[in-house]
Design a protein around this ligand. Structure first.
Ligand SMILES: Cc1ncc(COP(=O)(O)O)c(C=O)c1O
Length: 434
């Protein structure tokens, strides 16, 4: 790997790294965690579930029962594919989103993040293209970069990815002879834009993918966290031969157990198990047993209802605070999940503005984190999952001060004030994604 331009590196092993290590750089979200975790900062940055709402006495009784009833086997290596009793539960959970699968179709992973890693490892050679929404999940793009993939964003609007834009991007890449390995989609309450792919577009996009023999990777950690009504059925429910599905217990239960899963067409599933065994031998037996016990003995559906109510209240609080303190800034209105996506007035740059925001004790994730190509300066992601409603209101108040001062600065030194006045009057119901 080439040395940095200066020729000076603090790392004496710099020249020894494999080429693929050049894709590993700290994400903007990661760098933020240190700052945002200071107690005086209202963090609207990280997508951390509000695990404090879990019934801890019940979780503890599951842990105790696992240790009492399963003894040493709870602490032993397990099957590479995952515990059959948990896979049975996963099949039931996926049925809630219209997916029919057998216990043998499921591969348990260490979070869905490991599923993303394994699938990219199986399919992507350096320079291969992966199609994603525009913007897309920062953690997925980190994985794609680490395998030297070429991330190709496809435009979206308030109904999710635009099928016409997908066709155009596929045609363009095909003309350039760039192999397209898969289409990565987060159809429900997307991270970061908060939008949901419409039922019609799910089918249209699936048709396009099939026509071009492109595998679809459907990542759905938020699907059960809907507010007023469930999202359309999962894409996987319409096709089990061309869609790989990723699920997770991180948002509906707890990310600390690190349990997710993959459902893949038969041949891919076999390879996935081998790749997972090569990477980690087996997913955590203890975590899987705790989850199985919890699902067997506790009212997990009631708990998901509790999470839904809590997140809906926080979304409403955030929307109300934005309407009062930042009436001219447009944002998406998610129907579930954790995130809102803001579009700033012309001339503002969310990444440049962040240090001032932190000085004002509020943190967010700059839009650039969610693009592989440096776009996104005018956007930012706000997560409403973790702070209490009071903190959300206070955080938006602080953010409004920063944005208002930034507008004044830009109008003094940047684009003409007329342009800014126009931009700040954006209809707040308009989609915040381009
Ligand atoms: C869209 C998406 N996919 C995958 C993940 C990773 O989740 P897990 O904790 O299951 O690894 C996240 C986490 O934020 C996410 O937002």
């Amino acid at each position: 790997m080439a040395s940095p331009a200066s020729g000076i590196s603090l790392d004496p092993w710099f020249d020894n790294y494999a080429d693929r290590a050049s894709g590993l750089s700290a994400s903007e979200v990661r760098a933020l965690f240190a700052v945002a975790s200071r107690p005086e900062v209202v963090s609207l940055a990280g997508g951390m579930p509000f695990v404090a709402a879990l019934p801890f006495d019940k979780v503890r009784s599951s842990v105790d029962r696992v240790l009492r009833d399963s003894g040493p086997s709870a602490l032993q290596y397990g099957s590479g594919q995952g515990l059959p009793q948990l896979r049975e539960r996963i099949v039931e959970i996926m049925a809630l989103e219209g997916i029919r699968a057998g216990v043998d179709d499921v591969v348990v992973t260490t979070g869905s993040q490991q599923g993303l890693d394994l699938i990219t490892k199986l399919f992507v050679n350096p320079g291969d293209a992966i199609l994603t929404e525009s913007p897309s999940y920062v953690g997925a793009m980190g994985v794609f970069r680490s395998y030297q993939a070429r991330v190709e964003h496809v435009a979206m609007d308030e109904q999710g990815m635009i099928p016409q834009a997908l066709t155009e991007r596929i045609d363009y890449l095909t003309r350039q002879n760039v192999p397209i390995k898969f289409l990565y989609l987060i159809p429900n309450f997307q991270n970061p834009a908060g939008v949901t792919l419409s039922a019609k577009r799910r089918l249209d996009i699936l048709d396009i993918a099939k026509a071009h023999k492109i595998l679809v990777l459907e990542d759905n950690p938020y699907g059960l966290l809907w507010f007023d009504k469930p999202p359309p059925p999962a894409i996987r429910s319409a096709d089990d031969s061309g869609v790989i599905y990723l699920g997770s217990f991180s948002k509906t239960f707890a990310p600390g157990l690190r349990v997710g899963w993959v459902v893949a067409p038969h041949g891919i599933r076999e390879k996935l198990v081998l790749a997972s065994e090569a990477a980690i031998l087996s997913p955590s037996s203890f975590s899987q047993m705790i989850l199985s016990d919890y699902f067997e003995h506790q009212d997990w559906k009631g708990q998901i209802d509790t999470f839904r109510g809590l997140y809906q209240e926080r979304r409403d609080t955030m929307a109300a605070a934005l309407a009062s303190f930042l009436p001219g800034v447009s944002h998406t209105m998610p129907l579930g999940g954790f995130y809102m996506w803001l579009t700033l007035p012309e001339g503002l740059d969310s990444k440049e503005m962040l240090p001032r925001a932190v000085t004002e004790l509020v943190a967010y994730t700059p839009g650039t984190a969610f693009y592989a190509n440096g776009e996104g300066q005018r956007h930012l992601r706000l997560a409403f999952c973790y702070p209490t409603p009071e903190f959300i209101t206070e955080g938006i108040k602080r953010l409004a001060k920063v944005i208002t001062e930034e507008i004044e600065l830009v109008s003094t030194f940047g684009p003409p004030a007329s342009e800014i006045a126009q931009a700040t009057n954006v209809d707040s119901s308009s989609p915040g994604v381009n």
